[in-house]
Design a protein around this ligand. Structure first.
Ligand SMILES: [Cu+2]
Length: 133
């Protein structure tokens, strides 16, 4: 009887120590960067996001790589205040200027890997992979 009670008291002490340590650990902020690294890894593993929508945010395409089927119409939503374009490097498609807060669409052709960029900001780049699957 007496020994069981001592164990319970010791357990409670260990528990409160653990809680104290966990509270100290969260001050380091290391958990935030860890989560970010995981997200980057899973995005890199994917061959691209399947879908027919591109969002432009902060001078970047989201997603930067996407997959579509031949003939798909892609909707582009520009959330920036500045105009952007979605222009195929080989000229296969081009939205022309998409005004700030505006939308546009373009249609992809046959199977292939199309790199695209913003004609106004050449550092904005992305890729759409068109395939039958
Ligand atoms: Cu742009």
């Amino acid at each position: 009887m007496g020994s069981t009670r001592r164990l319970a008291t010791a357990g409670a002490l260990v528990l409160s120590l653990a809680v104290g340590l966990a509270a100290c650990g969260s001050d380091g902020g290391s958990s935030g960067s860890g989560a970010k690294a995981t997200a980057t890894t899973s995005a890199a593993k994917s061959a691209g996001t399947a879908g027919t929508e591109i969002t432009i945010r902060n001078f970047a395409f989201e997603p930067r790589t996407l997959r579509a089927k031949p003939g798909d119409t892609i909707t582009v939503t520009n959330t920036d205040d500045t105009a952007h374009t979605v222009t195929a490097d080989d000229g296969a498609f081009d939205t022309g200027d998409v005004a700030g807060a505006g939308t546009a669409t373009f249609t992809v052709g046959g199977p292939g890997r199309y790199r695209f960029h913003c004609d106004i900001h050449n550092y904005m780049t992305g890729t759409v992979t068109v395939s039958d699957q």
